[in-house]
Design a protein around this ligand. Structure first.
Ligand code: C2E
Ligand code: MG
Ligand code: MG
Length: 572
């Protein structure tokens, strides 16, 4: 298999070329600048080098000249890539001794053609595979351009189409918008209904996008559940907003696939040319960044790129770094939020909530650092610390106060997938001597939906140990009644968002009433979180809810304060 080294500073293009070369059966490696390219050439001794001319610090000519000084390297065929189809550029490259030259934008077929013919000429290495492959290149290049499932352009073709659209936009002084669209519950759909339904969903999304956006705009699939759109002529932000809302509405309509009714929600990130950038890679990464913010946002499911997002992203790296030393530096603390029994009005237990005092950033919100800790895997170590600290503390309180205090700990999706979790929990219970029935583990619907089979197997093991399982933030995920019946649950926690608007949005009152009735039917206990007012409390009591948690009684407090509540037997 011939090995090709691609030296190209534009990340998208480099990755696109590498991906296509791999599709064509080559081994391909990439370098983002000339210096790295030279180092890689010396280590890997590739069969051919493809190198961009215009690169910062060291341009393609310098790379070529440097390699020519090494007798081992000078025999490697060298193809230049350039954004300028300038004759003098071509002449300069060829005069230096380069073997071929491609001006951007080139098609993958052209690149494949140049590579195969150069490899043929390199008489010492003639791979018989190459001859066959040459005929196949035109066919394969179609594949290299297209997403096989949806038949939409892929990232490489999207890039080329953008370049063409950019030329027009420049001439006509038009504004363009780059959109990144993520399907929120795609993983759950795959896991619940199977991959064939997941595939059908993607195809239907592609059809809806193409239909709504018409011929002139560009639609592509760039990742498993990420689509990208280029709106080629937009008159301003308001216009883009209109289009984005139309897309969101269209994608929110139910999908009937393989006999299932499926609902999904999309998030859209938007960047604008020329306001934000004119480099496609940057526009796309800005749109992706904005999409991430849309995903986290409680309010809107679309977001325009803003410069502050880059600041926030930088802050996230600071958090990521900080998390590596936070445990060793004792920066974490557990707060306890009381849970109140409706009948007695007394504290029956607490939810343990993690707090982090960052030395520079101050208090960091768990909604911010937990997802980062999950992404990096740190959550396992942190989660174990939380469990151990909470179990130790609860045992101390139980020995001091004569109430059957129960405590709940949140477990994230990543922890749930971790091998050895059950064993760790069991060890902690043994060491701390806490009665397992006093420990409750809070899992969310989304974390359980990620891998249905193990999602059932692991809680079942906990249950067998006597630990209680509660479903947190209930109502915000994707659980069907059938699924709920299969899960080994003890408690449902009604999400705060329903309680918050109980008297303003009538459907919320209905949802809460239905959840309570359903829990009764499934023989589950039910607790409402985020109870802030007496009216909410009264409503929940009338409906037969058994317990509450919320600012009405107390926010999460330090262990010392919680102990003071216990000592004074604070009641509602
Ligand atoms: P959660 O498990 O749903 O926790 C409830 C959140 O609602 C807590 O936010 C709590 O302070 C807040 N809350 C409680 N009562 C009220 C109220 O009456 N009004 C309002 N507005 N908010 C109320 P917090 O502490 O910021 O935690 C946020 C989330 O972070 C938690 O949501 C949980 O998912 C996660 N989390 C916290 N600690 C841990 C942990 O140790 N491990 C893991 N994996 N996740 C954690
Ligand atoms: Mg919770
Ligand atoms: Mg919750």
């Amino acid at each position: 298999m011939a090995k090709i080294l691609v030296i190209e500073d534009t990340q998208d293009l480099r990755e696109g070329i590498i991906q296509s070369l791999k599709c064509l059966g080559f081994e391909a490696i990439g370098a983002e600048n000339g210096k790295t390219g030279i180092q890689l050439a010396k280590v890997h001794f590739p069969d051919l080098i493809v190198c961009d001319i215009m690169m910062p610090q060291m341009d393609g000519y310098q790379v070529y000249k440097t390699l020519q000084q090494d007798p081992d390297m000078m025999v490697i065929p060298f193809i230049f890539l350039s954004a300028k189809a300038d004759k003098s550029d071509i002449r300069k490259g060829m005069n230096l001794g380069a073997d071929d030259y491609l001006s951007k934008p080139f098609t993958m077929a052209e690149l494949a053609d140049a590579i195969t013919s150069r490899l043929h000429k390199k008489s010492s290495i003639v791979d018989p595979y190459i001859a066959e492959m040459k005929d196949a290149t035109s066919q394969i290049s179609a594949l290299a351009y297209q997403d096989a499932l949806t038949k939409l352009p892929n990232r490489i073709l999207l890039y080329q189409k953008f370049k063409q659209a950019l030329e027009k936009a420049k001439k006509r002084q038009q504004t363009m918008a780059v959109l990144c669209i993520n399907l929120n519950q795609f993983k759950s759909v795959n896991n619940t209904f199977g991959y064939s339904t997941g595939d059908l969903l993607l195809q239907t999304v592609a059809e809806r996008l193409t239909k709504i956006l018409g011929q002139e705009n560009i639609v592509a699939r760039i990742n498993a559940d990420v689509f990208s759109v280029i709106l080629v002529d937009v008159s301003g932000k308001k216009f883009v907003e209109g289009q984005v809302k139309a897309i969101l509405n269209s994608l929110a309509n139910p999908y009937w696939l393989n006999g299932h009714k499926i609902l999904i929600q999309a998030n859209i990130g938007i960047s604008l040319y020329p306001n934000d950038q004119s480099d496609f890679g940057k526009l796309l990464s800005h749109a992706e960044m904005a999409m991430g913010f849309a995903k986290q946002s409680q309010k809107d499911n679309y977001h325009f790129f803003q410069v502050e997002m880059e600041v926030k992203t930088a802050q996230n790296s600071l958090i990521e770094k900080g998390l590596t030393t936070a445990l060793d530096n004792s920066e974490f603390q557990i707060f306890y939020q009381p849970k109140i029994n409706f009948i007695t009005g007394r504290i029956m237990g607490a939810e343990a909530l993690l707090r982090w005092h960052h030395p520079d950033l101050g208090m960091v919100d768990p909604n911010v650092f937990i997802p980062i800790a999950e992404k990096t895997g740190r959550i396992v170590e942190i989660g174990n610390w939380v469990l151990k600290t909470v179990c130790t503390q609860t045992k101390i309180w139980q020995d001091l106060h004569p109430i059957p205090l129960k405590v709940s700990v949140n477990l994230s999706a990543f922890q749930l997938r971790q091998e050895g979790l059950v064993q760790t929990v069991s060890q902690i219970l043994n060491q701390t001597q806490l009665d397992p029935s006093c420990l409750e583990l809070e899992l969310t619907e989304t974390s359980l939906m990620e891998d249905v089979e193990s999602a059932i197997a692991i809680p079942e093991k906990f249950k067998a140990m006597g630990i209680k399982i509660s479903l947190d933030d209930f109502g915000t995920g994707y659980s069907s009644l059938n699924y709920l019946k299969r899960l080994p649950l003890d408690i449902l926690k009604i999400d705060r968002s329903f309680i918050k608007d109980i008297f303003h949005a009538p459907q919320n009152a209905t949802i809460v009433t239905t959840i309570i009735a359903m829990a009764r039917g499934l023989k589950l206990r039910v607790i409402a979180e985020g109870v802030e007012t007496q009216e909410q409390f009264n409503f929940l009591r009338e409906q037969g809810c058994q317990a509450i948690q919320g600012y009405l009684f107390s926010p999460a407090v330090s262990a010392e304060q919680f102990e003071a509540f216990l000592a004074e037997d604070k009641r509602l």
